[in-house]
Design a protein around this ligand. Structure first.
Ligand code: FE2
Ligand code: FE2
Length: 494
């Protein structure tokens, strides 16, 4: 999240200096929203007296009190779909999105529009605050009053809330039917990331993970893929290496579903494929962090550990509580996802076998996403074009050539999210393939430009458009590396 500041971003092709470091306040604001988000989440798991909360509450207090000391009073207010910190609008980034959305939804549901910290707070006040907030009944109009009364009864005067101000015409903004596909896709995408994260934590803590929630999300994703796949495909441009494992699983699932759709899979099979892809790396939850996040190449021993993740994944999945949701095809898919066509991958097999269809699909999606995502040990990833070129070079040994062909057809010559240079010297981001399949080289692009306020302007251009004399208004000259131009592609898809 960042505080909105007017920034200029040239539409023309000149590599610009890296964006200015976020201001202190912006970082603190970001931190504040995340902390309140986590507090609200854990308060639903533990009771208010639980000691496990102590450490986290202390950390949250530090963020809140630092802000109060600095700003005097701290107000976090919702206006329409935005948060304002002491009157300044917060702009969320990819990292902050989950927290931002969670707070916005949860507060709106409880009709709370503003929280004000009037002076420094301590642990017991913060506990009271968060438990009172979470226990408010959804949709009850008197919530703000009830909240303030409850805190006053505990002699807490430094925290107050105000009711949500409903802006005209916005009453139904949070009902599903009023949201367009883009909004639903965003929700499903981030909710799935959150659910995978939750499952991994549960598995690490040797608790039962619930696969039914994942199934529901996979069903929603299948629906979206069938309706309009380009929206979810666009979301795969969100590359966040802090949350790599979760983000990666969701991306692999989106690519796999889009391939399954082209293969004519039924909704049921697509859902199974989606769940398998979401769980393909679940075995990594048993790999030590030092190995998983090592910022350098792995040594032989570490590789040995890493290579166990498909098998560990199988073991985990077979131990899930709702085993009824899992069938052998899904288990085999997880086991197979690193085997490779010539079985030169891992795990090493004693006997030859065919790599399963789910395994072959996921392997392609997995390789592409891994190559096009920045990692701790490789911060500048391959461009979509480079990644596809590498995969094509290795096609006969590592991939199913036919499936790879389908995959390339799917991501296109100019994959969604590619940064392209146009003959008008403008920069564009590939947004969707052309409506007409004959025009593979003329996709729909968003121009890279910002308005006077520095907000990303989403001007969508169809490259098949002509100027009346039979000439195309714009054409792609070549693809460019977004990292060189310091352009955060994902911002254009949110
Ligand atoms: Fe894997
Ligand atoms: Fe993977």
């Amino acid at each position: 999240m960042e505080i909105t500041q007017p920034t200029t971003q040239p539409g023309k092709v000149t590599p610009k200096a890296p964006e200015k470091m976020e201001s202190d306040l912006s970082k603190l604001a970001n931190n504040l929203v995340t902390k309140i988000h986590v507090l609200m989440r854990i308060s639903q798991i533990y009771d208010s007296k639980n000691v496990a909360l102590h450490q986290f509450i202390q950390e949250s207090l530090q963020t809140i009190n630092t802000l109060i000391e600095r700003e005097g009073v701290l107000s976090l207010k919702i206006i329409k779909d935005d948060f304002f910190l002491n009157g300044q609008r917060l702009r969320y980034s990819v990292e902050g999105f989950t927290s931002f959305k969670y707070l916005l939804t949860q507060w709106k549901k409880r009709l709370i529009g503003e929280v004000i910290f009037e002076s420094l707070v301590d642990e017991s006040m913060l506990r009271e605050f968060v438990y009172t907030l979470i226990n408010l009944e959804e949709g009850r109009e008197e919530n703000a009053t009830l909240f303030n009364d409850q805190l006053a009864s505990r002699h807490i005067t430094s925290i107050k809330v105000n009711p949500l101000e409903i802006v005209e015409g916005e009453e139904k903004a949070f009902t599903l039917q009023n949201e367009d596909h883009q909004e639903v896709a965003k929700k499903v995408f981030f909710e799935t990331i959150g659910t995978i994260k939750e499952m991994l934590t549960q598995i690490k803590g040797k608790q039962y993970a619930d696969v039914r929630k994942l199934k529901r999300l996979a069903q929603k994703a299948v629906h979206l893929i069938i309706e309009d796949e380009s929206i979810l495909l666009g979301m795969t441009t969100i590359k966040n290496y802090d949350e790599y494992t979760f983000n990666h699983s969701v991306n692999v699932s989106i690519y796999s579903l889009a391939m399954g759709k082209r293969l004519g899979f039924s909704k049921k099979t697509l859902t199974e494929l989606g769940i398998t892809a979401l769980l393909h790396d679940i075995g990594k939850s048993k790999i030590p962090r030092e190995v998983l996040n090592k910022p350098a190449s792995l040594n032989e021993e570490e590789w040995g550990i890493m290579k166990k993740h498909p098998l560990m994944g199988v073991e985990i999945v077979l131990n899930l509580k709702q085993l009824g949701e899992i069938n052998p095809r899904m288990v085999v898919g997880i086991f197979d996802h690193h085997l490779k066509s010539d079985l030169s991958g891992y795990p090493k097999l004693f006997r030859k076998k065919e790599v399963s269809l789910f395994g072959r699909i996921i392997q392609i999606a997995d390789s592409y996403d891994a190559m096009s995502t920045p990692r701790i040990y490789k911060k500048t990833p391959y461009t979509p074009e480079q990644a596809l070129a590498i995969m094509l070079r290795e096609k006969t040994v590592h991939f199913d050539p036919l499936l790879l062909k389908i995959f390339i057809g799917l991501v296109g010559i100019f994959p969604i999210g590619s940064l392209v240079l146009l003959n008008t010297r403008e920069l564009g981001i590939v947004y969707k393939p052309s409506h007409d399949a004959r025009w593979l080289e003329r996709p729909i692009v968003i121009l890279v430009a910002r308005d006077e306020k520095g907000d990303v302007k989403k001007e969508v251009i169809d490259l098949t458009e002509t100027d009346g004399t039979g000439h195309y208004k714009r054409s792609i000259v070549k693809t460019l590396d977004p990292y060189q131009y310091h352009i955060d592609i994902a911002k254009y898809f949110l």
